[in-house]
Design a protein around this ligand. Structure first.
Ligand code: UT7
Length: 357
């Protein structure tokens, strides 16, 4: 098939970057001021620690650093489109993305925010990939960036133990469906009747979550969405090499994996180290899996998210064999001054665009 023909054209994942604040808050730290314990949190959620940004940090700082890292990972310097998926935009108006694009030196790039809470990254991936497929842009930065520490009630043990700050970014460019890294299919959905289950109530400052009710809906919704996207990609359940679910609760991930018939080794988790980072969760999990050498070029991945809205979504893609680049929030700020971020070490031999057999 000619890769220039529109029906073969698709977005390809070419770079992955992350930015995590350097400050770590452990369960024991929380247990010193809340009626909870490390044992309860770890057993019921899988979380041991999370990152919390320093006061004065803005969502744009984390987003920019993750995007800078994704550009370094892809070894690219230009980009047509910047999408920031976030629950915590720095301002109600304007969006965060234009500031991020300017800070990255991407003069004139299209830039907008996308609000789909924990499903934000997969929603943004679908939008940006579709724009690349349509030829509206040639490449895109898809960023999930969250500063939940600004909307968490420090006295609410139902949310304070779960959420963390962070950002992850993917660099997409035009390629063909047979390329390793091809972003193949999407499944998106919502149910606004559940809008009060995860919400910052009107006129209030803090997020409120009815955790158990969310949990009960998350498991079937994520399972069904993952099944639909795999089917669209022409995959049987057994074909999924890695399931990268939104890191909300280890028990949710295990239940979904069981329903999908996937063995535990195909379920990617990093929740123990970063907690629930909402729209940043999936790119952070992907990067940690790549760092642990759990993904091989050409592996079939399903990304699945569920969250406020309610919203859910899945993406089917193959793994390109890229090396993620990581920055801390301080490095990100220094990078912003310097306007470049070094690649950490040489690219691995399998890096770069390859085709499936
Ligand atoms: O990211 C967007 C999507 N969000 C999610 O997917 C979150 C889904 N929900 C969850 O992950 C879980 O519902 C939570 C982790 C939030 C809560 O876990 P749970 O197993 O659903 O606990 P629960 O709310 O049903 O509470 C069980 C018990 C209660 O005590 P009693 O009534 O049985 O005596 C709670 O008061 O655990 C108690 N509890 C706690 N104990 C210690 C609730 N939170 C805590 C806590 N520490 N932090």
């Amino acid at each position: 098939m000619n890769s220039q023909q529109p029906f073969d054209r698709c977005a390809v994942l070419a770079g992955l970057g992350t930015c995590l604040p350097s400050r770590i808050v452990t369960n024991d730290d929380l247990a010193r001021r809340l009626d909870t314990s490390h044992e309860w949190i770890h057993e019921r959620t899988g979380i041991a620690r999370r990152r919390v940004a320093a006061p004065g940090t803005e969502t744009a700082h984390l987003a920019e650093a993750a995007a800078r890292a994704a550009l370094a990972s892809a070894e690219r310097t230009s980009c047509d489109l910047v999408v920031v998926a976030t629950t915590t935009p720095d301002r109600t108006c304007p969006a965060t993305a234009p500031r991020v694009a300017s800070a990255l030196g991407l003069a004139g790039a299209a830039a907008f925010d996308l609000a789909a809470v924990c499903s934000g990254f997969v929603y943004a991936l679908a939008v940006a990939s579709s724009m690349i497929e349509a030829g509206t842009c040639r490449n895109a930065l898809v960023i999930g960036a969250e500063l939940y520490s600004t909307i968490i009630d420090p006295e609410d043990r139902g949310t304070a133990i779960i959420f963390g700050d962070g950002a992850g970014a993917a660099y997409l460019e035009q390629g063909s469906r047979s390329d390793f890294g091809a972003v193949l299919e999407h499944d998106l959905g919502s149910d606004g009747n559940g809008r009060d289950l995860i919400t910052v109530p009107p006129g209030e400052r803090y997020l409120r979550m009815r955790g158990r009710e969310v949990y009960v809906q998350a498991v079937p919704a994520m399972t069904d969405s993952a099944l639909r996207v795999a089917k669209s990609a022409g995959w049987q359940n057994g074909d999924i090499d890695a399931f990268v679910g939104h890191q909300a609760n280890i028990r949710i991930l295990r239940s979904v994996a069981k329903r999908l018939g996937l063995p535990e080794e195909r379920v990617i988790t990093n929740i123990e180290d970063v907690g629930n980072t909402a729209a940043a969760s999936i790119p952070l999990a992907l990067a940690s899996a790549a760092d642990q050498h759990r993904l091989r070029p050409g592996d079939r991945l399903v990304l699945t998210a569920f969250g406020g809205g309610l919203t859910w979504g899945s993406t089917a893609l193959t793994w390109p064999g890229i090396r993620p680049v990581r920055l801390t929030d301080q490095e990100g700020r220094r990078g912003a001054d310097r306007h470049d971020a070094p690649l950490r070490g040489p690219r691995p031999p399998e890096a770069g665009r390859r085709r499936s057999p």
